[in-house]
Write a protein that binds this ligand. Structure first.
Ligand SMILES: [Zn+2]
Ligand SMILES: [Zn+2]
Length: 559
């Protein structure tokens, strides 16, 4: 007699069809294991939004089933949503590496939701969460303490690569990539692999982090007479370690600039993840007390983020005043979509008299994500029965699926998932079940705002605003022919005002008030639509139209 097995499925709540806000739920019977819970940065499409996190409805509906949250690493697209999840579902036990947990803890304290139970795990640790047993496997990535996950379920092993690259010569605390562990897991027989797809379009292999150190070393050697300011990702502790070592070697004092740089570096120093002579560390306020050629400043802002230290320097409003002869090095590549912001910062730094080295210089930055040959190696070592590509836009997922097929995985055993998909892993096949509620939540300041409001903001910024104020006498059911029309961001011609009046009058007639009282909300709805449609035809713009009805009794307030 065989054992009775429960169904096993993967619910994709974020991170597929996009690079950002990763959130995956693995469901076995009545238990759910969550992998990662990230956020995405807003775009021009979401004006005024500070952060985008996944819609947690599915997890809220199933909160009693959640056995834990395992986190692959501390990048925002994997941890940024955690405070918002914990504010809705407190007490979820969370597991991650020392740095990951320290970063999460900081976030939870910041948002005043520190109710979750945080647990530090090490590479090769195995933990049991309900029917799931999770083994943490060290991988190389652009942050230390990054894991792949081997999750054993009663139905078989699920291997989640997390974000990874294969680096044979890593820096500092990182051990070389443990290929034998991947092979060992592959030999146990893997039911399903979830594989990251970010760099599937890039041939070959990623360059080792060590090369960046060599490039930076040359830059320091060639510029002994200059103050050097380097912008990079605050979470790239290995990169920061390399820069600090080179700065110390060339007799420079080091200062951290920018909130997240100071926060993460202090954390990493305390945890022993960054090693330096503390006497060489100077507060950013005091770095000007040293001769420029004896200083090095590590700064945030390598993506041109509006409030970052480097952007403030470029605009001349930072504690650090850029001066003639400064050398500024941007040690990162632009995340697609950030190019314009970065070039604006670079232009402004040049205006301040600095020399800037950035992207075009080879090996000033290396990616943290596996290129095609590394993806092939991972698939060949793990040899899963089923494969679902993750962590990529649709084209990345499609190409990764094709790559897996080329490597001999049965095409029927490969599928592409989108946000809201529940894929059930059956014995012989995978099956897409009915979609679950999923999507995005928009965070503005401390609060959450609706999709409707974001749509309105987009419309306001792209198309402008038309406010039509009119008077209605409720008793006589008469619409006055006096109107006030105010516009912002749209120019109306004389004739357009007449058209607006006409639409308002038609909307009023449409209410058919012969046998019922005047309904202000209904009128505003009808009028808004009618005027907007008319203006779209007249002006080719689609402004947000806001009718404001003043009832005769309210006139005192209005006048
Ligand atoms: Zn990452
Ligand atoms: Zn990621």
């Amino acid at each position: 007699m065989g054992k009775k097995y429960n169904p096993l499925s993967i619910v994709f709540l974020g991170g597929v069809g996009e690079i950002g806000k990763n959130l995956t739920a693995i469901k076995y019977g009545d238990e759910i294991l969550i992998v990662d819970c990230g956020s995405t940065f807003p775009t021009l499409d979401t004006p005024g939004v500070d952060l985008i996190v996944p819609d947690f409805s599915y997890l809220e509906e199933n909160k009693d089933k959640i056995v834990g949250l395992v986190v692959t690493h501390g990048h925002e697209d994997h941890i940024g949503g955690i405070p918002f999840l914990i504010s809705k579902i407190p007490n979820i036990p969370i597991y991650g590496s020392d740095l990951t947990i320290a970063l999460i803890e900081h976030k939870l304290i910041d948002k005043k939701v520190n109710t979750a139970k945080l647990n530090v795990v090490k590479a090769e640790d195995k933990i049991k969460l309900g029917n799931f047993s999770v083994e943490f496997v060290q991988v190389a990535h652009s942050i230390i303490g990054a894991f792949a996950l081997a999750i054993t379920t009663p139905r078989g092993i699920i291997f989640h690569t997390g974000d990874f690259k294969i680096d044979y010569t890593p820096i500092g605390n990182s051990k070389p990539v443990d290929i034998s562990t991947f092979a060992r897991i592959g030999n146990r027989g893997v039911l399903l692999m979830l594989g990251e797809s970010t760099n599937v379009e890039k041939p070959g292999t990623t360059i080792s982090e060590k090369h960046v150190g060599k490039t930076l070393d040359k830059i320091f050697m060639a510029n002994p007479d200059k103050r050097i300011i380097i912008a990079t990702f605050a979470s790239n502790v290995n990169r920061i370690q390399q820069i600090i070592s080179i700065a110390e070697k060339s007799g420079r004092k080091v200062a951290f600039s920018g909130r997240s740089m100071i926060k993460i570096c202090e954390m990493a120093l305390d945890m022993g993840l960054i090693k330096m002579n503390r006497e060489n560390l100077v507060e950013v306020e005091h770095i000007k007390d040293y001769p420029p050629e004896q200083t090095c400043i590590l700064s945030t802002g390598s993506q041109g983020e509006p409030m970052s230290a480097l952007t403030r320097m470029a605009n001349g409003i930072d504690k650090i005043k850029v001066q003639d002869g400064d050398l500024i090095v941007i040690s990162s590549s632009a995340i697609p979509g950030n190019e314009k912001a970065i070039y604006t910062v670079i232009n402004n730094l040049y205006r301040q008299g600095a020399k800037v080295m950035y992207g075009s210089l080879e090996e000033l930055h290396v990616s943290g994500h596996a290129c095609r040959e590394e993806l092939k190696m991972m698939l060949s070592l793990i040899r899963p029965k089923f494969f679902i590509p993750v962590h990529g836009e649709y084209r990345h997922l499609k190409q990764h699926a094709k790559l897996a097929q080329d490597l001999g995985i049965n095409p029927d055993n490969i599928t592409i998932a989108e946000i809201g998909d529940e894929v059930e892993i059956k014995t012989k096949k995978m099956q897409h079940n009915e979609k679950v509620k999923a999507g995005a939540l928009y965070v503005d300041g401390e609060g959450q705002i609706s999709h409707e409001m974001v749509k309105e903001r987009r419309q306001l910024s792209n198309e402008g605003l038309v406010v039509v104020v009119c008077k209605v006498n409720e008793a006589t059911k008469i619409l006055s022919d006096e109107f006030i029309v105010e516009t912002r961001g749209i120019d109306l011609r004389e004739g357009d005002f007449e058209e607006i009046k006409l639409c308002m009058a038609k909307s009023f007639v449409q209410l058919d008030l012969a046998n019922k009282p005047f309904d202000k909300n209904q009128f505003e709805q009808i009028a808004s639509k009618k005027v907007a449609n008319r203006l779209a035809k007249l002006t080719t713009q689609k402004p947000l139209v806001v009718p404001v009805v003043i009832l005769d009794g309210d006139l005192a307030i209005y006048e």
